[in-house]
Design a protein around this ligand. Structure first.
Ligand code: MN
Length: 203
C-alpha cells in the first residue's frame, strides 16, 4: 500500500530506479541521504521503517549546526532497494536528473518506542551512524508535509559546512558530474549540483 504513490509516479520501462518491492535490511534501520540534481538540487533523506523508506526532500541538505533548521518536505515512501540507487533518471521522467548516494548507514530512534506514533505526532528524535551524519538529530513537523531537520548539540555538532566539504558519493567517491558522465546523463546539469553554494544562516 505504502508504495503505490511511488509506483504511480514512475515508468519503469524508462527509469532504472527500483520497481518497488517491500523488503527489509538486516538492521531494519537503514538510512540514506541521496543528493539529487533534478530541476533543483536537493538532498533526499530516507529512513527505513516497516519495509519502506520514509522520505523527505531537504532543499539545502543537512547542517551540522544546531542553530540551523533545514526545511524537509515529506515525500512519498520509497522502496528499501532505493538506498542502492545511484545513477541517472531520464530527463522528462519524474525526478529526471542525477542521483548520488551522499551518505548511508543506520539510525536508531531516540527515546521512542513507536516510530509510527512519533511520525504521526510529528517529532522523531534519532541517532545516525553514517559516514557523514553522526550523533543526535530531530525531525519536527511544522505543518502538513513541512518538517524541520535539526542537529542536536553533541560531540558531532559543528559549524563546518558538510555539504560543501564532503560533496562526493560515499559508495563510489564520484561527483554528480562523474555519475552523469558514466551513466549517460546530462553532465552540464549535474555539474551545477557539484558547485558549493554559499552557506545560508537558516532553513
Ligand atoms: Mn529527489
Amino acid at each position: 500500500m505504502a508504495l503505490e504513490e511511488y509506483k504511480r509516479k514512475r515508468r519503469f520501462t524508462k527509469t532504472a530506479e527500483p520497481r518497488g518491492k517491500k523488503k527489509t535490511t538486516a538492521s531494519g534501520r537503514l538510512f540514506v541521504v541521496q543528493k539529487h540534481q533534478a530541476s533543483h538540487l536537493h538532498y533526499d533523506l530516507r529512513l527505513e521503517h516497516n519495509g519502506v523508506l520514509k522520505s523527505w526532500a531537504v532543499p539545502k541538505g543537512p547542517s551540522l549546526d544546531p542553530g540551523t533548521k533545514r526545511l524537509a518536505m515529506a515525500v512519498e515512501d520509497h522502496p528499501v532497494d532505493y538506498a542502492e540507487f545511484e545513477g541517472t533518471i531520464p530527463e522528462g521522467e519524474y525526478g529526471g536528473g542525477t542521483v548520488m548516494i551522499w551518505d548511508r548507514g543506520t539510525y536508531t530512534p531516540e527515546g521512542i518506542d513507536d516510530v509510527d506514533q512519533a511520525l504521526r505526532d510529528g517529532e522523531l528524535k534519532l541517532q545516525f551512524t553514517g559516514k557523514k551524519l553522526k550523533g543526535s538529530w530531530v525531525l519536527v513537523r511544522t505543518r502538513n508535509r513541512q518538517w524541520l531537520f535539526i542537529k542536536h548539540r553533541d560531540a558531532h555538532a559543528s559549524s563546518r559546512d558538510i555539504t560543501a566539504e564532503q560533496p562526493r558519493s560515499v559508495v563510489s567517491r564520484r561527483t554528480l558530474a562523474q555519475i552523469a558522465k558514466d551513466e549517460g546523463g546530462n553532465v552540464e546539469k549535474a555539474a551545477r549540483g557539484d558547485v558549493p553554494r554559499p552557506a545560508a544562516a537558516s532553513s
